[in-house]
Design a protein around this ligand. Structure first.
Ligand SMILES: Cc1ncc(COP(=O)(O)O)c(C=O)c1O
Length: 373
C-alpha cells in the first residue's frame, strides 16, 4: 500500500472498497446485509416479509427465543439472569434505571467517565439522588479514574459504569466486584469481548453498533433486581412486567430484533466473543501504534485506558482536519469525524469492521502524513 494508492491530492480509493467507521448506526457485516436483502420479501417461506410478521405468532416467538438462546450461549448467561428486548435506545434506559431499580429516595453511585456517563448522570438525577464515585472531567476525560479512587457508597441501590466511552475513546479494562449491583451501559462494546456476567446486576446496550440496527435496547438483568413497578411508571418500561411477558408486553421492535438474531448468529460463526476480542485488540493496536509513531497524529488518552472499539485521535495541526476528512471520504473511508463534543478523528472498529478496512485507513493515514506532515 504505497503512495500510488492515494496519488497527490486525489486520494482515490485503490480498491474501490468503502468502509464505514461511524460510531452508530454502524457498519453491518456484508453477509448479514445480504441475508436481510434476500429474506426481506419472504421470510422462512411464509409468503410474508419479516416486517409483516405478527409478534404473537409462533414463527416470531421462535425468532425471539433463538435470539435469546444465541445471546445466552455467546455470553454464558447464568439462568438467574433475564434477557429483555426493550424499545428505545440506551438514553431511554438512563431514566428507566433509577425508576426500576431504586426505592423512592434511595441513591445510586455513578462513575463519571466521559460524555455518555455524563448524559446518564444528568438523566438519572432527574429521578434520584446520585453519588459520583469518581470523575475524569477534571482531566478532560483523557483517562478513566482508577478503582482505588472510587468513593463508593455501600448503601447505594446500584453502581453505574459506562464500559466504553464511545465519544472519548476510553474503555474500562476490568469490571470490579462490588457489594452493590453493578449496572453497565455497554452500548458500544457489547459483544466485543467475553464478560464476567456474575459481577453485574444489569447490563444494557443499544443495538445499533454490534447488535444490528436502531430501535432496540437489550438488557440482561439479575432476577432479584426485578421489582413491582413503582407508581407512575408506564408498564412497557417496567423491567419486571416486561420480564413476566417475555418482552412482549407491547409490540417489540420486530425488525431490529430480527437483525439482532442475525447478528448474534454471525458473531457465533466468526468464533464468538474470544475471537471478537482478539480481532478488536489487533485492529486497535495497529491503529494506535501508527498514531504513536507519527508526527502528524496524536492520541490524548492514557494508553492503558484507550478503547479497542472507538479509537479517537487528533491532528497536531487541527487546520488539517477538514482536509483529512474530505480526502478520507474520497478514499472510501467514511464517517471518521470525531464526536461533536470532542472533535478530531474517531475510527469505530466494531465487530463488522474487517482488518482490511483498518489496513486501508493506515495506508491512507501514512500517505496523508507524507503529503502534509
Ligand atoms: C455508550 C453509549 N451510551 C448511550 C448511547 C445512546 O444510545 P441511543 O442513542 O441509542 O439512546 C450511545 C450512543 O452512541 C453510546 O455510545
Amino acid at each position: 500500500m504505497a503512495s500510488s494508492c492515494f496519488p497527490d491530492g486525489a486520494a482515490a480509493a485503490c480498491s474501490g472498497e468503502r468502509y464505514n467507521f461511524a460510531a452508530g448506526p454502524a457498519m453491518l457485516p456484508s453477509a448479514v446485509l445480504a441475508q436481510i436483502r434476500e429474506e426481506l420479501p419472504d421470510w422462512q417461506a411464509s409468503g410474508l416479509s419479516v416486517l409483516e410478521q405478527p409478534f404473537t405468532g409462533s414463527p416470531f416467538k421462535g425468532l425471539m427465543h433463538q435470539a435469546e438462546q444465541g445471546l445466552r450461549e455467546l455470553l454464558g448467561i447464568p439462568p438467574n439472569y433475564r434477557v429483555l428486548f426493550m424499545h428505545g435506545g440506551a438514553t431511554c434506559q438512563f431514566g428507566l434505571l433509577p425508576l426500576n431499580l431504586l426505592a423512592p429516595g434511595q441513591s445510586a453511585d455513578y462513575l463519571e467517565s466521559g460524555y455518555w456517563a455524563t448524559k446518564a448522570i444528568a438523566e438519572a438525577r432527574r429521578h434520584a439522588p446520585l453519588n459520583i464515585v469518581a470523575s475524569g472531567a477534571g482531566h478532560g476525560f483523557r483517562a478513566t479514574p482508577p478503582l482505588e479512587q472510587w468513593r463508593l457508597d455501600p448503601q447505594a441501590g446500584y453502581c453505574h459504569i459506562t464500559s466504553n466511552e464511545t465519544a472519548n475513546g476510553l474503555q474500562l479494562q476490568h469490571f470490579p466486584e462490588l457489594s452493590v449491583p453493578l449496572v453497565a451501559d455497554m452500548s458500544s462494546d457489547f459483544l466485543t469481548r467475553p464478560l464476567p456476567i456474575e459481577r453485574f446486576g444489569l447490563i444494557y446496550a443499544s443495538a445499533q453498533k454490534n447488535l444490528g440496527v436502531a430501535g432496540l435496547c437489550l438488557l440482561i438483568v439479575r432476577d432479584d433486581l426485578l421489582k413491582a413497578p413503582r407508581a407512575g411508571l408506564p408498564s412497557p418500561f417496567s423491567y419486571a412486567l416486561q420480564a413476566e411477558q417475555q418482552s412482549r408486553l407491547c409490540t417489540p421492535p420486530t425488525f431490529a430484533l430480527y437483525c439482532a438474531a442475525l447478528m448474534l448468529r454471525w458473531t457465533g460463526q466468526q468464533g464468538g466473543l474470544k475471537a471478537m476480542a482478539r480481532a478488536s485488540l489487533h485492529k486497535s493496536r495497529l491503529l494506535y501504534q501508527h498514531i504513536d509513531a507519527s508526527d502528524l497524529y496524536h492520541c490524548r488518552q492514557r494508553p492503558a485506558d484507550r478503547s479497542a472499539i472507538n479509537a479517537c485521535f487528533h491532528l497536531h495541526d487541527e487546520r488539517l482536519l477538514p482536509v483529512f476528512l474530505r480526502e478520507a471520504e474520497l478514499a472510501g473511508l467514511l464517517n471518521l469525524q470525531g464526536h461533536a463534543a470532542v472533535g478530531g478523528v474517531r475510527a469505530s472498529l466494531y465487530n463488522a469492521m474487517p482488518l482490511a478496512g483498518v489496513e486501508h485507513l493506515l495506508a491512507f493515514m501514512g500517505d496523508f502524513e507524507r503529503r502534509h506532515g
